[in-house]
Design a protein around this ligand. Sequence first.
Ligand SMILES: Nc1ncnc2c1ncn2[C@@H]1O[C@H](COP(=O)(O)OP(=O)(O)O)[C@@H](O)[C@H]1O
Ligand SMILES: [Mg+2]
Length: 431
Amino acid sequence: MKTKPMLVLGIMSGTSVDSIDVALAQISAAPPNLMSRLLNHTSIKFPLAIRREILRVAEQQPISAGELSQLNFRLGKLFAEAALVACKRFRISPNKISLIGSHGQTVFHQGKPVDYLGVPTVSTLQIGEPSVIATLTGVTTVADFRPADIALGGQGAPLVPYADFLLYRHPKLGRLSLNLGGIANITVIPAGATPSQILAFDTGPANMLIDALVSDFTQGRQRFDKNAQLASKGRGIPALLDELLRDPYLKLAPPKSTGREYFGRDYFKKLLTLGRKHRATPNDLIRAATLFTPLSIVDALNRFVLPKTKIHQLIVSGGGARNPLILAQLSAALRIAPVSSAFPSSSFVGAQHAAPHLDKISSDELRNLSSRRGIEILSSTRFGIPEDAKEAYAFALLAYETFHQRPGNLPSATGARRPAILGKIAYAPPL
Ligand SMILES: Nc1ncnc2c1ncn2[C@@H]1O[C@H](COP(=O)(O)OP(=O)(O)O)[C@@H](O)[C@H]1O
Ligand SMILES: [Mg+2]
């Protein structure tokens, strides 16, 4: 059946709280023949006061129910304004847009049950009131995607794998989709995969610790380590990095998801203590936090992915894809990383998962390495998806699926008992 393409806006703000990303997609038909194209994308900065408040709340600092309610409505207005600014920049009238998918701002995520008033409870909270978005833009808005998956026993995350599956599956090539936001997440898409064969999880921090260190050391003058300038001036301290790589989160078997609740303020303080112990300068510590990201990703691949699945390509997106040191370490480690066929899963039990640290490799070895073939690393841009637009695009796709009453979670990725139709629909007021 031929359906008229819909124009859908996806709105995303991740754990970094750096900006509101808006993607415009044209989507038609239905899986497995769903067709979609990213038409445009843009980013809108957060007002500083709101950013500060979100970070404070996401760090689980006290907030009254009244303030949380205010923040929910304020953010709804901000997301609506971002959608309207985006339409202006895209030179498209909002009344041409059929649907908005708004992820909302995560202020709490507890994917595994913990005791709450005597009952093991899983919960998540993304705010940014969708009724406000629908009313101010005049566009029906799907939001609050995660709770339906949790209600079915899942972790409510990750949800982007459904989009990864639609966008990246290939009959012959095994692919990994890696998003480097505040947190790093991977989706494993084996060659010729069906939805139930998709594995996805958070590997650990991507930019969250780096950003926290840079903000602290520069007293807020810089918010992130642009192009790894500071990390590049740092000295490598392999022993510090080894200590970081012993983190218990890395050893947890998937499905697993994490966020500011674990890699936030407390973790950052632990990192400062560790830095003092190893006599690290600020730049040394930024370097260690930067290398921790790719090394923990490769550790996860060696533990949970490569022993079972042949991977040909790694497709990178998110702001961290612009960090040259993360990519250099990833590329060096993946050239040495064991290839699945050579490592049957049994030989991995208790094996070393450690990938070579950039700081332990001599420049001669590095030159040798660059001639070796390994897993090919590609930017999502190569697939028509700019690095900054990937997650917003994913929520446009998820909203489209919800609007057509189709599920958008992958139980193999979230741990839910069944597929769920995600989100809640706030209708635009009648004309
Ligand atoms: N040029 C760059 N060099 C290094 N890091 C960058 C660069 N551009 C963006 N980043 C990092 O990417 C982060 C934002 O990534 P993003 O994908 O938006 O994450 P989130 O989904 O958590 O909002 C920034 O906070 C910063 O750490
Ligand atoms: Mg962001």
